[in-house]
Design a protein. Structure first.
Length: 255
């Protein structure tokens, strides 16, 4: 998680949080309420903005992330919000060791986090860990990129993001390298300048395993999740492998 430790100071500049939360919270809230969920674990919580927003809406939320830099930033964000949201440094495969088994009504894994697990065995272990954290009937919601479309079209570049604070400017460029071992290298270039001066640049990269819908569905079922549904984003539109921007999988722990 070295990339995310380094990126944690700029992550909240990179993400347009007002826009993202406005678009995603209605769907998340609806799914949680439909499941009767109160206690929620946000796995791979990043800087904690989803967890804090859900806490503001009355849910009891805990955030966990493997990156200590992201957790530090999440704690600062919680302090700024005035909410006592708990954040714990813990990655996939060790969540059930950090919390009491079966203690959550719902678990969220957002922001294309699960594809950071680079083997099918690792994905199975991560999903088993998710299941162990949930009570029977608990809700799991996973948000990944639509890698069916990305890999079919070899889509390298994502839309650039920009941010301004006073005289300081940031531009974030993201692209994929499609590697010979069927994994992907995810690259982020951060450009920054102050008061119209020269641009500085920083490059970070991490590897991803492009999870397709079929494999994701099979892995969830094998981990004991049923009532599975696939959406094309944080809304009611069904998943379309050719055109959806995201793959959002929703299911319940059945074992």
């Amino acid at each position: 998680m070295m990339m995310y430790d380094a990126f944690s100071s700029d992550y909240d500049r990179f993400v347009n949080w007002p826009g993202r939360l406005s678009a995603e919270l209605p769907f998340l809230t609806q799914q949680l309420q439909a499941a009767g969920a109160q206690r929620v674990l946000d796995a791979a919580c990043g800087t904690g903005m989803h967890a804090i927003a859900l806490a503001q809406r009355g849910f009891s939320v805990v955030g966990a992330d493997l990156s200590s830099g992201m957790i530090d930033r999440a704690r600062l964000n919680a302090t700024s919000s005035g909410l006592p949201v708990q954040f714990v440094a813990a990655g996939f495969g060790e969540l059930a060791q950090s919390f009491s088994p079966g203690s959550f009504d719902a678990l969220l894994c957002l922001g294309n986090s699960l594809p950071h697990v680079l083997t099918s065995a690792g994905v199975a272990a991560a999903l088993a860990d998710f299941a162990a954290c949930l009570r029977p009937g608990g809700l799991l919601l996973v948000q990944n990129r639509n890698f069916d479309a990305v890999t079919a079209r070899q889509e390298r570049w994502m839309e650039p993001q920009s941010h301004r604070e006073g005289g300081d400017e940031w531009v974030f460029l993201r692209f994929y390298d499609f590697d010979s071992d069927n994994l992907i290298t995810f690259n982020v270039i951060t450009l920054r300048r102050s008061e119209g001066g020269s641009w500085s640049q920083q490059v970070a990269a991490t590897r991803l395993r492009p999870l397709l819908q079929g494999e994701t569905f099979e892995a969830l079922a094998a981990a004991g999740f049923g009532k599975l549904a696939a959406y094309g984003g944080m809304g009611e539109a069904p998943f379309d492998p050719a055109s959806s921007g995201n793959l959002v999988m929703v299911g319940r722990r059945t074992t």
